[in-house]
Design a protein around this ligand. Structure first.
Ligand SMILES: [Zn+2]
Length: 362
């Protein structure tokens, strides 16, 4: 072994790192009905608080409640809207008021993020019950929350269990699932950025985390032609990679294996054109362009997104050419601590315009 490699290995052995993982991941048709048994297996006791939304989670929340009550748990329920600081305070207050000993996030990303953060702050377990899979946060230890106009990405608890009922998820709008797939496909460029940061800046790198994230992305790209609307089989194909992508973050101890320059582009664009496109949709388009900058096969990313029915152009994202160029030019400012292909100075505006044109984004 080359001495440089020895040095790298020794360094990673001497640094202690702790990783937390879900104890049980269940994905399949109707599995939400087994939730009560799963919570019993976890030896959870007392009152469970369901954190859900006013509309999307209604049917799922009822099934969750029935299953828990059947298993002998007392259940309370709280309906909240978005993942805001204000709603987080509400979830924490209600958890204390009803003396809940565990939380269940039932709904889309925002309900799960609220339960995940409250669980970390109050140091009680939480179970993730996604009713849609629009990004890889359903299994990750990271959560994003809005505080005023700012979206913050925070460390939170990893779910003790993940119950992904494909029968429920297929009922969510297909656009959400396509966006979740695009988010996972974007791991391809996040990993290249991470490797670059290791070579140029000696950033900590975990091959196990990178390999998991890569496996998740490749399995969606390979099976892209099978991912279609209104087909429960499509959810089966996507859900495992989406969960594994989230788990790669638990292995890395950061979002690095799943978030690089394409995520910075996505965050910047959603700041200047709020409410236009979903997180995963923006990351997918970002990934096409960042793959070009890395000298990789950007057409393969583009083709997979097209097959899935996720956006590949500015027009499909609902943003103007000018907004897209601005996001490319300023993306590197989003996280100065995270080195990527965009470097410290970002793209020049003529280079950004050319990049978007060459990759057929505009
Ligand atoms: Zn993402």
């Amino acid at each position: 072994m080359a001495s440089g490699q020895c040095e790298l290995m020794l360094e990673s052995f001497t640094k202690a790192r702790s990783m937390s993982f879900p104890r049980q991941v269940m994905a399949g048709h109707g599995c939400v009905n087994q939730l009560g048994t799963v919570c019993k297996d976890f030896e959870l006791k007392g009152i469970g608080l369901i954190v859900t939304g006013p509309t999307t989670g209604t049917l799922a929340a009822k099934q969750v409640r029935d299953s828990l009550e059947e298993a002998g748990f007392e259940v309370q329920q709280l309906e909240v809207t978005g993942a805001t600081q204000q709603n987080l305070v509400k979830v924490e207050e209600v958890t204390k008021d009803v003396k809940a000993s565990f939380l269940l996030g039932v709904g889309g990303g925002s309900k799960i993020d609220l339960a995940k953060l409250a669980s970390a702050n109050l140091k009680i377990p939480f179970i993730s019950v996604p009713t849609s899979a629009s990004h890889d946060g359903i299994a990750s230890p990271r959560a994003s929350i809005k505080d005023g106009g700012n979206a913050l990405s925070l460390n939170a608890s990893v779910p003790m269990g993940i119950i992904a009922d494909t029968e429920l998820i297929v009922k969510a709008p297909y656009r959400l699932l396509a966006s979740g797939c695009a988010d996972v496909i974007s791991n391809t460029t996040a990993i290249l950025d991470w490797q670059l940061a290791q070579r140029l800046r000696s950033d900590d790198f975990s091959s196990s985390a990178a390999n998991l994230a890569k496996y998740a992305a490749e399995s969606i790209i390979d099976q892209a032609s099978l991912i279609k609307p209104n087909l429960e089989e499509s959810v089966w194909v996507c859900i495992r990679p989406i969960i594994i992508s989230g788990i790669s973050m638990a292995v890395a101890g950061s979002s690095r294996p799943t978030s690089g320059s394409e995520h910075m582009f996505s965050h910047y664009l959603s700041k200047i054109a709020p409410g236009k496109a979903l997180h995963g949709e923006l990351c997918g388009v970002g990934s096409i362009m960042m793959m070009y900058l890395h000298g990789g096969d950007w057409n393969r990313i583009r083709n997979a997104l097209t097959l899935i029915g996720a956006p590949t152009t500015a027009e499909e994202l609902g943003v103007s050419k000018e907004q897209l160029t601005e996001a490319l030019v300023h993306a590197h400012e989003i996280r100065k601590d995270r080195y990527t292909i965009l470097g410290d100075r970002g793209l020049a505006s003529d280079a950004a315009e050319r990049l978007a044109r060459l990759t057929k984004v505009v």
